[in-house]
Design a protein around this ligand. Structure first.
Ligand code: SF4
Ligand code: SF4
Length: 323
């Protein structure tokens, strides 16, 4: 019997939700496992870096890497897996566009470490210790991965063949992508393996989306009695649907929560945050600067709202230097 194609999974800076989404394949995982050999998956199986180093270059058909790249170890593993794999798939928002970890690009390394180890309300650290990259004690030494100054998307570090978007991607998209690769039906290199249409096109509330609107405020969803039948924008609740790629089966909308943009933009949009910002700003009621500012003040965290998953991969990228 011929060898099955080899597939790897790896995680960088992420929450673990993408790993969960692989498990969410449920009984489909058995069909997938009939067709592939998983040769590296640190979260679920006991493989070591040296096992990957011993593999022939290009011997893995595809490795799915989730998470953005923050540490020297993540960068090293991404480069090693690139060498060993014919195809690299950026799996999930963090690898694709930077994701939630990318929001940290508003602050430098020192500020982040200072907050996490000294000032966070739940931390007690009387001696003000922060982790050292190299530590020696009693003749033994320990080396930790270096914490870089910025978060990068996977394709800012290595060449990426495909992107599977979402926080996390749906099991259906994962299964379709794996079988397309196995059957040699992969699309053009660089493709995002999800529909290239806006989420609004798949949205069950799309018929109530207003053609024209004048925003007088943006209401916070948790403080609003949301009409489940009506488009969020029509209720002056901010929704990223118009600037976001479809393919998630409108999961948040069906749960009566607005889209926060995890599938990233369609191929026609270069910068997801700038796209929604321009559409929102052109629809604010009032012409005077103070009137417009008053409406914008009802969005308490503009970067976290417009660039929640996409700051690291955006045209802005970061507020701090690379090193
Ligand atoms: S703006 Fe949001 S709620 Fe309205 S149609 Fe688009 S995705 Fe649906
Ligand atoms: S509705 Fe928006 S935030 Fe929710 S899963 Fe879909 S793309 Fe992601």
């Amino acid at each position: 019997m011929p060898d099955k194609p080899k597939v790897g999974f790896y995680w960088c800076a992420s929450c673990g939700g993408c790993e969960e989404s692989v498990v969410d394949l449920a009984e489909d995982i058995l069909t997938v496992l009939d067709s592939i050999d998983i040769v590296f998956w640190p979260v679920a199986m006991d493989f070591k870096k040296r096992d990957v180093e011993a593999m022939d270059d290009g011997s893995i058909l595809a490795t799915l890497i989730n998470g953005s790249v923050r540490t020297s170890e993540q960068e090293e593993m991404a480069r090693l897996l690139r060498k060993k794999s014919q195809l690299i798939i950026a799996y999930g928002s963090c690898a694709h566009t930077g994701g939630i970890p990318g929001l940290a690009n508003q602050f430098g390394r020192d500020k982040i470490l200072h907050y996490v180890y000294h000032n966070s309300p739940t931390v007690v650290n009387k001696n003000k210790i922060v982790p050292d990259v190299r530590y020696k004690d009693n003749g033994y030494s320990v080396t930790l991965p270096e914490f870089r100054n910025v978060v990068r998307t996977l394709d800012q570090v290595i060449d990426v063949d495909y992107y599977l978007p979402g926080c996390p991607p749906t099991p259906k998209l994962l299964k379709n992508a794996l079988f397309a690769l196995l059957e040699g039906k992969a699309p053009e290199k660089g493709s995002v393996l999800a529909p290239n249409t806006a989420l609004c096109d798949d949205c069950p509330k799309k018929d109530s989306k207003p053609e024209e609107i004048e925003y007088t405020q943006f209401k916070r969803p948790h403080r609003t009695n949301i009409d489940p039948e009506k488009c969020f924008l029509a209720q002056e609740i901010f929704c990223m649907g118009p600037a976001t790629r479809g393919g998630c089966e409108a999961r948040c909308i069906i749960g009566n929560m607005p889209c926060t943009g995890c599938f990233g933009p369609t191929s026609r949009v270069k910068d997801q945050g700038a796209k929604i910002l321009s559409s929102v700003c052109s629809a604010i009621a009032g012409l005077e600067e103070n009137e417009i500012e008053k409406v914008l003040e009802t969005i308490p965290d503009p970067i976290g709202t417009f660039y929640r998953y996409a700051l690291a991969g955006s045209l802005l990228r970061r507020k701090v230097s690379l090193d």
